[in-house]
Design a protein around this ligand. Structure first.
Ligand code: M6R
Length: 360
């Protein structure tokens, strides 16, 4: 049941600390990554990674891709529907295809998985559902262990996917001879272990609700971020449009000035994500929007509050830049939730959408 929450979505947002603890449990030991079916050395010989996924899972795949790229591993995230029937470049037994799918039943993703497999790639499914079609058809599976998700809008499963993919990326960085694992791996893992607590902390504040009311009735909602936060900006916008039915778009911060800026007015609030990496540039992009009258809502820790220019502030706990986006994402989930609730939308079952999309 909803366990006292008004909607499944709200319950799923609030139970993320627990979901994340399950995702991480036993997978970090003495500063090493321990991944069930993927012991050390499993991925030696791999030289290219193709992520295939849709919707929110694609945004998690973008996160995973960047984690790999940071370690110098060739990786691309594809929208599964675009992968199927196209030529994604060379595929061989040195290619690792990673199908990212909460349900394990998404037709587009299954199509991409089958195509990669038939071309000789090694296929791993990252999913929430044990025994799902994608899990059965892949060579191996890695489970995100988020627990059942009922709300059509994916929330806790995004957080658990991003973390699982990051752990997988760290394993790959150890296994692939030419890769360079992060220099600050110990620090990175330590911050991951406290991620559930950090999510818990930010869930107690009511500022997301206030922001949702403050900017209600705007024409469009924009979300910008750079690097890992670009994935989060896109996810923030997808969630917002799914459940509020309002127009929202997520962009790479630096892309704003290459077109979308034409849409920016005092009636288009812009959520700006900071994580301590290239914040100065993102701040510049935020100022460009602000100069056109757009209210800027900074999502950042107190420490990275380049936010003094911001019209509103959504504070997140300070953490390693790699996990910061996941905290920001939870804040944005809450903003979307409250915006949809104010509008009286059927939050758990938005119109025209299904929890798992089994047609291509
Ligand atoms: O089950 P999957 O992760 O394969 O589903 C993929 C998308 O259909 C899904 O993430 C969709 O975008 C959600 N409604 C997002 O909230």
């Amino acid at each position: 049941g909803k366990g006292g929450y008004e909607h499944y979505m709200l319950k799923e947002i609030y139970t993320q600390p627990n979901a994340l603890s399950n995702t991480i449990e036993g997978r970090i030991q003495d500063n090493e990554i321990c991944l069930e079916d993927f012991p050390k050395g499993t991925f030696s010989g791999i030289d290219d990674v193709h992520f295939v996924a849709c919707g929110t899972s694609y945004h998690a795949a973008l996160y995973g891709q960047q984690m790999l790229n940071r370690a110098g591993i060739r990786a691309q995230a594809f929208r599964a529907s675009e992968y199927v029937g196209s030529n994604p470049g060379p595929v061989s037994d040195k290619t690792l295809a990673i199908a990212v799918t909460q349900s394990g039943e998404t037709a587009d993703t299954l199509g991409a998985l089958r195509q990669a497999k038939s071309q000789g790639a090694r296929v791993v499914t990252v999913t929430n559902v044990v025994g799902s079609t994608a899990a059965r058809e892949a060579d191996d599976s890695l489970f995100i262990r988020a627990g059942p998700e009922i709300g059509v809008a994916a929330t806790k499963t995004f957080s658990s996917q991003a973390v699982t993919l990051s752990l997988l990326a760290l394993r790959l960085a150890e296994d692939i001879e030419t890769a360079t694992p992060p220099e600050d791996k110990a620090e990175l893992l330590r911050s991951l272990e406290v991620l559930p607590e950090n999510v818990e902390k930010l869930l107690t504040s009511t500022e997301a609700k206030r922001i949702a009311s403050r900017y209600a009735g705007s024409k469009s909602y924009f979300f910008i971020g750079r690097g890992l936060n670009n994935a989060v900006a896109k996810e923030g916008a997808l969630k917002f449009k799914e459940i509020t039915y309002e127009h929202a778009e997520g962009f790479a911060s630096g892309e704003l000035k290459h077109g979308p800026l034409a849409l920016v007015t005092p009636d288009t609030p812009i959520f700006v994500l900071f994580n301590g990496e290239n914040d100065t540039k993102t701040l510049q992009n935020a100022k460009e929007a602000q100069a056109r009258g757009a209210p800027v809502i900074a999502v950042a820790s107190e420490k990275h509050s380049s936010a003094d220019i911001a019209d509103s502030f959504l504070e997140i706990p300070d953490t390693h830049p790699v996990w910061s986006g996941l905290l920001a994402n939870v804040k944005l989930q809450l903003v979307s939730y409250h915006a949809a609730r104010n509008l009286g939308r059927p939050i758990d079952k938005p119109r025209n959408l299904a929890k798992s999309v089994t047609v291509e």
